[in-house]
Design a protein around this ligand. Sequence first.
Ligand SMILES: Cc1cc2nc3c(=O)[nH]c(=O)nc-3n(C[C@H](O)[C@H](O)[C@H](O)COP(=O)(O)O)c2cc1C
Length: 222
Amino acid sequence: MNNDITYYSQKRKTVKAYDASKKISAEDIDKVKALLRFSPSSVNLQPWHFVMASTAEGKSRIAKSTDELYPFNSPSIHNASNVIVFASRLEADEEHLKALLAQEETDGRFAGDPETFRAGMDAGRKMFIDLHKGQLNDVKHWMDKQVYLNLGQFLLGVSALGIDATPMEGIDTGVLDKEFGLTEKGFSSLFIVTLGYSDAKNDFNAALPKSRLPYETILTEV
Ligand SMILES: Cc1cc2nc3c(=O)[nH]c(=O)nc-3n(C[C@H](O)[C@H](O)[C@H](O)COP(=O)(O)O)c2cc1C
């Protein structure tokens, strides 16, 4: 593995055609799952849920979200090794906040004076949630952003694992929400990521150079 992480940010390219014969190993799938789980989020809210398809049947269920409106994305879903639906919470409810506190306690975050640390963590989290529920009035959007943050880490992470990926917003989220009962579970889908290995002969993006705006445009150094 190359220690220069910027290498992986430039090596990774959105895949446009997958080699259907190549599957991600079970060992690497465990690492992929760890990337999803260990992403940071504001106040450690972790407002996400994921559906991972590894079978042809599971991938066909996800492709229902592209077949009609975004058919150009469907072949990648079928030919990828695995496909992940990223969903975000509909509400930052008390039940979820209690689950977070319980997990933090189990993970040893409240060592020393547990009552004080637990109360402090709960109050700090609620302060931000109340800000987004009240004054900023964007709590759902705020939680969606945390899931996009997970995507950023995820794309760089899978690249470092030598896995190719395609993030896709070209999906009908309503179809996915219905297919996987996400609304009833308290979530809404945002985007999917297909994972596998590029079919270099048919992947037009593989041979193309990256295009990014220059530093003069995107960066102000003071
Ligand atoms: C949130 C998001 C949604 C995207 N949706 C699609 C998509 O539906 N289909 C697709 O082929 N590429 C999709 N892309 C890929 C972008 O077009 C691509 O990241 C961008 O052109 C930069 O190229 P690169 O990823 O190869 O560096 C998406 C990328 C992101 C980050």
